[in-house]
Design a protein around this ligand. Sequence first.
Ligand code: CS2
Ligand code: MN
Length: 359
Amino acid sequence: MKMILRWFPYGDDSVTLSQIRQIPGVTGVAACLPKIPVGETWPVEELRALTQTVRRAGLEMEVIESVNIHEDIKKGLPTRDRYIQNYIDTLGNLHAVGVKCLCYNFMPVMDWARSDLAAPLPDGSAAMSYRHEVVEQMHPESIGRAMAGKARGYSLPGWEPERLSAMAEDISFYQNFTQEQYWANMKYFLDAVIPAAEKADVRMAIHPDDPPWPLFGLPKVITDAERIRTFLRLNDSPYNGLTFCTGSLGARRDNDLPAMIREFAGRGRIHFAHLRNIRFSGERDFDECAHPSACGNLDMYEIIRALQASEFDGYIRPDHGRMIWGEIARPGYGLYDRALGATYLLGLWEAVEKTVSRG
Ligand code: CS2
Ligand code: MN
């Protein structure tokens, strides 16, 4: 297992590589090239420069989060083949710089959604929160604009301005789309890309839908155990795997996270784990909270135990943290609370490991 942190290059992050290097036990980052338009090939020269920057700081860059998928691929338009070829070329370039794992998502139109990026918590910190009715009543474009307004000037991955402008049209495109059509487009993508991932030795790790239930009439895919089984069956290669995001999948109370980990990691299909905790405040409402089990509704001890029992050997990162101690940072991605989270998770990991090995 390797503990890493997400990091954004080119000054689009308040957190520096040297700060990350000083978090005990964190050995690398999940990075990205945020300026490449979605659908285009990631140039190998830029990837080389990025890897060198990360390595000079004493860290590894074995994980990329994310190479986003062009909407034409999700829609199944005839233009998709060109974008799929670019994706395949990107995989080759990732291999050339030593990347081992690629986190991506197949969510239509938008990535994650929240009703508030800085909701106050009782301890005086702030965290992202989700209130289903508030989100459903808003127009997606205005959610995007409201979120961007609270992003402290940093980019919001998955809510790029070009996506916002196409949002209304894209949402109406999917209104008469069946779930089967969406699976078929996904399979088309996987069958083309997974052989290239095998050749490049880059494990593909799809991120669950966040939140994991229908929103704005859009198809949803990675939401629960049954759908994940369907997804894994679309292409049986071990390179067709998962990013197991506890905060995303855990928002559905009927998802038994440790059982899902035992099933999917047991079959070698979890390559990356995003570990964060949430606190429920309604059936479809939750606040993000600090990582320890005691702070939220997810049992992090059982989650770590399930990962170890399944001989998970991938990457873990503490997912979103709260904004604490007056820090000003990209929502969810400050230094302090994620550093606390990494330390807590590493402590749990060590405790479980030693308890099991010593019987
Ligand atoms: C991230 C996602 O913020 C998050 O939870 O995990 O935005 C994630 O990076 C993408 O969905 C992966 O493509
Ligand atoms: Mn996540």
